[in-house]
Structure formats: C-alpha cells, structure tokens
Design a protein around this ligand. Structure first.
Ligand SMILES: [Zn+2]
Length: 279
C-alpha cells in the first residue's frame, strides 16, 4: 500500500510539473497516463491545438479561449499511442470536467487520481466536477483524491535506512521556522554532522523522509545547513520563547535552548544537536 501511495505521489508530482508547461496564464493543468505496470503512456497540458495560433490575446479572450482550448486530460488521451484500457490518469490541480470525464470513460481508463481541491461546489466548474464524478460512478471508473504533503511547509522526519542490516536511524526533523533538529547520540559516538555524514556514506544506506521519498545526501545537507525563514523574528514574544524552550537563531529561525536534556548544543549552522527519542 505504501509503495502504491509513493508511485501515485510521484505521478501526481509529474502532472504538476507538466501543468507548468501550459501557456494559459490563468489555469495550468497537467495530466499523466500510466499503464498497470507503472509506465508512463502519455501526458498532456491544457493549450491550443498544435499549429494554431497561441497568441496571448487569445488566452486573454475567455470566450475564444474556451472554444479553442484542449484540456490536459483530453490532450493526454489524444497523444497516447496505445490502447488505454485499465490505465490510470493523474490530473493536477483540479478534477476532470464532465467533457474530459466523457473522454476518459470512452478511452477505457479505469482510474482517475485527482488532488483534493476547494472549488466552490455551486460554481460553474463545481457543477461540472460533480457531474463528472457521477459519470465516473455510473461507468465504474474509480475516482480517487489525494493530497500532496509539502515538506517545506509542514516539516518531516528523516531516517537513514540500512538495507543490509534492516536497521533505521532517526537522523532528525525539519520544522518550518526552526533550526534542523539533528539527532546525535554520544553513546554511539555521533556528536556532530560530520559523524552523521560518515554514517550516511556507507553504500548499503540511504535517506528517506517520513513519506518514504528517497533524499540524496546533498539534499539532506541543504535541508540541515541552509535553512532560512522569511518571517520576522520580531513577532516572537518572550513568552513564546519561554514556553517552547527556544531562542532566536540564524536566518530568522528559532532554535532549541541548550538544556542538556533535549538539546545539547548548537551546530555550526542552522541545526541543533538533539538527544534521546523525539519525533
Ligand atoms: Zn476538462
């Protein structure tokens, strides 16, 4: 199940990337079609047909735009070079409209994966999406909604996985606005980032975050040492700092106060040394 979620997430990230290729300044949608073996069959974004004018004025003129535009889902279906029976379509950032749902049903696609979106259900598009969901039900096309968690906003734990020994080591935690909580363990001779990097170097090991995504050593280093926060630290009151056993740190970040119970020191950068078990 976790593996399935991981792939769904990857294809949704891809649909999100493809959406950014659309020239439409107001709505950028992307779609990715995969086969049951998780191979990408086709992709598409919303835009005018190839060879027709893609003048910006046409995108600004809503009436003419709606007449000409091909939605991402339809483009992905049209570009596919093979039978789409039992395939899956990932759409970003909103569910398929009724017209695209019709094309999806006719193509033989069996599953639609969309992201949760807060479109007003009473708006024009809201009605359209509701109709599409009804059509999926009638034709037994599975409809799923997922959320993409955003590490940068929410923060996550990082783990070092040792495939050979089937072990994991908690490397630490990122939280928005805080220095990285680097998990050190003096009993195991892990005192600083350099000790952790030595541990990571072994070829049987790799880093993952709590969503199961693989993280490279470079990405991990960046997360630990190049943290910054745009909010002004002036908003932080003395009471807040006291209650959270925190103090202000570099780059507008907060950091844990050294208490030798939880935090045993501050790193030479945007990280603190945290001991014991924490999540
Ligand atoms: Zn559509």
């Amino acid at each position: 199940m976790i593996d399935l979620i991981k792939w769904d997430k990857r294809f949704m990230e891809m649909a999100k990337l493809i959406a950014s290729w659309s020239k439409d300044p107001s709505t950028k949608c992307g779609a990715v079609i995969t086969d049951p073996n998780k191979r990408i069959i086709s992709m598409g974004f919303n835009g005018f047909p190839a060879g027709t004018s893609d003048d910006m004025d046409l995108y600004q003129d809503r009436k003419r735009k709606y007449r000409r535009v091909i939605h991402a889902e339809k483009n992905a279906i049209l570009f596919a070079k093979q039978d789409l029976s039992n395939c899956k379509i990932y759409v970003w950032p909103m569910p398929p409209c009724a017209q695209c749902a019709a094309a999806i049903i006719q193509s033989g696609i069996k599953t639609v994966v969309s992201v949760k979106c807060d479109i007003d259900k009473t708006s024009r598009w809201g009605d359209d999406f509701q109709e599409a969901i009804k059509m999926n039900k009638e034709s037994r096309v599975e409809y799923m909604e997922m959320t993409l968690k955003q590490e940068k906003k929410m923060g996550t734990n990082y783990y070092l996985i040792d495939k050979e020994r089937d072990e994991e080591y908690h490397l630490g935690k990122s939280s928005a606005g805080w220095c990285f909580a680097l998990h050190v363990s003096p009993e195991e001779n892990i005192h600083d980032l350099s000790d952790i990097l030595n541990k990571i170097k072994q070829p049987s090991k790799h880093i993952i975050n709590e969503y199961g995504d693989k993280i490279t050593t470079e990405e991990f280093l960046e997360i630990v040492t190049e943290r910054a926060w745009k909010n002004n630290a002036d908003n932080i009151t003395d009471l807040f700092l006291k209650e959270n056993q925190a103090e202000t740190g570099p780059n507008n970040l907060l950091r844990s106060k050294i208490d030798n119970v939880h935090c045993i020191g501050h790193g030479a950068g945007t990280y603190d040394f945290i001991i014991g078990v924490f999540v």
